[in-house]
Write a protein that binds this ligand. Structure first.
Ligand code: CMP
Length: 139
């Protein structure tokens, strides 16, 4: 069933000019980029977006990293988009990511891991609404 998920190309990847190579991975996997914009997040936005992690020891460093440069936020659409995107991204820690995945090829560390993707359809709806108005998504 066609589904949507929220993707973020993180500052380590925009800094190294990898947006196109990462987008090619999504498109080659059958995911369609139906919305996309480049943003400089504010500290308040990063803290709100990652609010579920606020008690974690890595929260402050993660938020500082996410505002260290531009991000590209995007909506990916396709059959089983949430799970498919997680497959394309690979494991959170690039040391554990499978060959051919974005994180295996491009990520620098568990923090600077190049991409974020929603972990469920429910969270995808919340995360998409955080960044996009319905009129900005053209499926
Ligand atoms: P992401 O999918 O964006 O969701 C939360 C992020 O926290 C995660 O990817 C990692 O980049 C980052 N992070 C940093 N340290 C850790 C850690 N020890 N465990 C899990 N995530 C971490």
């Amino acid at each position: 069933m066609a589904e949507r998920t929220l993707s973020i190309i993180k500052p380590d990847a925009t800094r190294r000019n990898l947006t196109g190579k990462i987008n090619a991975k999504f498109e080659d996997a059958g995911l369609r980029i139906v919305a996309q914009k480049r943003l400089q997040l504010t500290k308040a936005q990063a803290e709100a977006f990652y609010g579920v992690h606020k008690e974690r020891p890595f929260f402050n460093d993660l938020c500082a990293f996410m505002i260290s440069g531009p991000v590209v936020v995007q909506v990916l659409q396709g059959d089983n988009a949430v799970a498919k995107n997680r497959d394309v991204m690979g494991a959170t820690n690039p040391a554990n990511a499978a060959a051919g995945t974005i994180r295996k090829e491009f990520a620098e560390s568990i923090e600077a891991n190049s991409v974020h993707g929603s972990d469920s359809a429910e969270n995808a709806a919340v995360e998409i609404a955080f960044f996009f108005a319905g009129t900005e998504i053209v499926g």
